[in-house]
Each structure stands twice: as structure tokens, then as C-alpha cells.
Design a binder for this molecule. Structure first.
Ligand SMILES: [Zn+2]
Length: 321
């Protein structure tokens, strides 16, 4: 039995001190937690997922949506859903980076929109309803995989020297991508020409076309019954910069677009009455090669390895939402 002196001692002396100690300990822990949380927030400020306004050029309207829904709509419009998951993830990261850079630059699209679905000024976009109309037999598995590609890369963008890159891409390079300098006159460290041996499954890897010689002379407004056609300048990757038709010069891009060729990466064979053109690839050839991305994914490469192959020494950053 505890005597009365000890009980008084415990009640008036020991318990209050223990309580005070406990309160001080809790206060210190609380302070530590708050400071830690504050410094974490300073380093990683939280951000609400942006809501964007997208200009729909066919209907001349503006749609409002969450940024990640927009990324999914770009992915389903820009890449076949039958592609490998890692290729879809690479495409999602490209589409997100490409758009985020435009948001930061505050591009001014029609109707005051943040982005546009016109590929002449931005990137393509599609809602699921339109996708189902175009692909009525698409499987649920492919739809889930497309959604997974965007969810798994949520918020991830590509940086070069702390800035979001101009993440341009094209369908098939035909064996070698083109540099931004050769294509558009803009020397860009992460848009250099790289070899690509992964896009041979594209039907445009090589393709050939035949035109009457009179069609070729007509491109420069000539009507002679003969054709003298030659490529006079090529880029290091082999794409045509300039040609000469019966003594008149025309750029490789103009020649391509006027004849509806898939790229300006071609060889010519002029015959007595017709000209054969042997093309490689589809698109401008700069940045990510989509069929190449799929080929790399098939060989076991993940999305980041695929993107590093085409864009070089890049970094990845997760937008904090
Ligand atoms: Zn390629």
C-alpha cells in the first residue's frame, strides 16, 4: 500500500511534470511536421490540373476539358491504338509536352482558345464518340490500354535545359530522322537527325509513285514536251532541299506537296514519258518517329528510352497535379 506522502507526491509533482513533458514533445513534433510540410510545398508547389479551352476548327467552336482528357484525345487521334503500350506512353508524353509548351507560351488560337485541333497550327484531337464512328470494331482492351498509357504518364513532360521541349513527331522517318535546322532552319539541340531501324512495319517505309512527265513540267508552269529533272541539293539525311525542272528551281517541300508525296525523302527515275519517284517515310521526319517508337517498344524499350533515342539528352518532369 502506497503511503499518503507518496500519493500526494505523485499527484502534485510527478504527473503534471510528465504531462508538461508530453505536451512539449507533441508541440516539437507538430512544429517539425509543419516545417517539413512547408519546405516540401516550397520545393514541390501543388498545382491543380489545368482546364483548357480547345478550338475545334471543323465546327468553329471551343470545347472545355481537363488537360489529361485532352492528352488522351490527342493520343487516340495521332497514333494507332494497336501500337505497343510503351509507344502509346511515349506518344502521350509527346502530346502533353507539345501542348504544355503552347500553354506556357500563351498561344493565341481562334475564339481565344488555349489550343487548337487543327494540325496546321497545333496537334490533332478526337473525342471517343468520333473515334467509335471511325473504328466501330475497336476492342475494349485497346481502349483500356490507351487510357492506361495516359494515366501511367499523368503529368509527365520532357524538358531540355529546364524548358519543355518542342516535342514534334511524325509517322515514319524511313530510316533516318531529319534535324529541325535542315527542315525549318531552327537549330535545336534535341531535334537532330538520328538513325532509326525500327519503322519498317509502316507501309510508307518505302513507297513508289509514277507521274506523267507533263505533270512534272506543269509544276513550274512549263509546257515543253520534254523533261529534264534533277535533285540539286539534299540534306545530310538524304531529303531533297531543291530540284530543277527544265531549268527552273523548286523546293523539295513544294515538289512533295504539289504531287501529294508522303515525304521529301525520295529518289527519282525519269523515263521517256513518265517519272517514277521512290519515297521513304511519311511526314516531316523531325523528332519522334511513331512507327519507330512502336518498333522500339516491340524490342523491349520503355517510353523514356524511346524518347531519349529520338530527342537525345532530355529530362523528364512530373507536373505536380
Ligand atoms: Zn523511323
Amino acid at each position: 500500500m502506497i503511503n499518503i506522502k507518496k500519493r500526494i507526491n505523485l499527484f502534485f509533482y510527478t504527473y503534471p511534470r510528465l504531462c508538461l513533458l508530453l505536451i512539449i514533445l507533441l508541440a516539437v513534433l507538430l512544429l517539425f511536421f509543419l516545417l517539413n510540410n512547408y519546405s516540401h510545398q516550397q520545393k514541390n508547389p501543388s498545382m491543380v490540373e489545368p482546364t483548357i479551352h480547345l478550338y475545334r476548327h471543323e465546327s468553329n467552336t471551343v470545347s472545355q476539358m481537363k488537360f489529361e482528357d485532352y492528352v488522351l484525345g490527342c493520343m487516340i487521334a495521332e497514333m494507332p491504338l494497336s501500337f505497343e503500350l510503351e509507344a502509346l506512353k511515349a506518344q502521350a508524353i509527346c502530346a502533353r509536352t507539345y501542348a504544355f509548351r503552347k500553354l506556357l507560351d500563351k498561344k493565341n488560337y481562334p475564339c481565344g482558345a488555349d489550343l487548337s485541333d487543327n494540325i496546321m497550327e497545333c496537334q490533332a484531337f478526337m473525342v471517343w464518340e468520333d473515334y467509335y464512328d471511325k473504328h466501330p470494331h475497336v476492342s475494349k482492351d485497346l481502349i483500356k490500354r490507351a487510357q492506361k498509357a495516359v494515366q501511367d504518364t499523368r503529368g509527365i513532360i520532357i524538358l531540355y535545359q529546364q524548358e519543355p521541349i518542342d516535342a514534334v513527331y511524325h509517322s515514319c522517318c524511313g530510316g533516318k530522322t531529319e534535324s529541325a535546322f535542315n527542315s525549318w532552319g531552327r537549330d535545336t539541340a534535341y531535334l537532330q537527325s538520328v538513325s532509326c531501324s525500327y519503322c519498317q512495319s509502316s507501309c510508307y517505309y518505302t513507297s513508289s509513285y509514277s507521274f506523267p512527265n507533263t505533270r512534272i513540267t506543269g509544276l513550274v508552269g512549263k509546257s515543253e514536251p520534254w523533261l529534264q529533272l534533277s535533285i540539286i541539293k539534299k540534306t545530310a539525311s538524304g531529303r531533297t532541299v531543291e530540284l530543277e525542272i527544265n531549268g527552273q528551281r523548286i523546293s523539295g517541300n513544294e515538289f512533295r506537296h504539289k504531287l501529294g508525296l508522303p515525304s521529301n525523302y525520295f529518289e527519282l527515275k525519269v523515263g521517256a514519258t513518265k517519272t517514277n519517284i521512290y519515297c521513304r517515310g511519311y511526314g516531316h521526319g523531325v523528332g519522334l518517329c511513331q512507327f519507330g517508337a512502336n518498333g522500339m517498344a516491340k524490342s523491349g524499350k520503355d517510353a523514356q528510352a524511346i524518347l531519349r533515342h529520338y530527342y537525345g539528352k532530355i529530362d523528364f518532369y512530373k507536373l505536380p497535379y
